[in-house]
Design a protein around this ligand. Sequence first.
Ligand SMILES: Cc1cc2nc3c(=O)[nH]c(=O)nc-3n(C[C@H](O)[C@H](O)[C@H](O)COP(=O)(O)O)c2cc1C
Length: 186
Amino acid sequence: MTLPHIAIISSSIRMGRNSHRIALYFEKYLKENNWATVEVLDLMEYNFPLFEERLKYQTTPMAKAVDFGGKIKSADGVIIVTPEYNGGYPASLKNVIDLLYDEWQRKPVAISTVSDGNFGGSQVITSLQFILWKIKAWTVNAMFPVPNVTDTFNEAGIPHDKSGTDKRAATFIKELLWCIEAKSKM
Ligand SMILES: Cc1cc2nc3c(=O)[nH]c(=O)nc-3n(C[C@H](O)[C@H](O)[C@H](O)COP(=O)(O)O)c2cc1C
């Protein structure tokens, strides 16, 4: 059986960021359970310039933009790990959503919101779901909010409560895998 391939977008490009821990957690979790092949697309590493034009209309696109577009296109599903900044998603994330177009079409996308406060970045969900809907991605009806991230995960993405976190992750990931499988039957 061929495993689905999942791309995890780690959205924070902030020095000393904490939400990257959740991207590392999902990477490890998916591999441990042998549910998918996985790659973390780290927006800090990509270090994209501010958006000027969609990739498909660029005459001399940067190699890293082509690389990123190809990785989203070829992924069977995407997990977006995003921090909450002033009740919204970071500019770094909107920057790459706008960069692509066809690549997002009917792409199963699951969203994990992260904050160091009590509410797990949950205010991001509606605005992020809306722009993903606008671009015709298929947002998965499951959430994985992470409150108090620095108290609950270490820097390597290991949760302090592994069994409880894994149980919550299973519900989230199974929903994404269901969408991936449903799409593969079309
Ligand atoms: C510009 C900025 C705005 C923030 N706004 C919020 C917020 O609205 N709600 C919240 O719970 N945390 C907020 N935070 C704290 C983040 O939740 C915290 O930095 C967390 O670790 C996730 O972001 P990171 O991955 O960049 O570290 C904010 C942080 C920054 C840098």
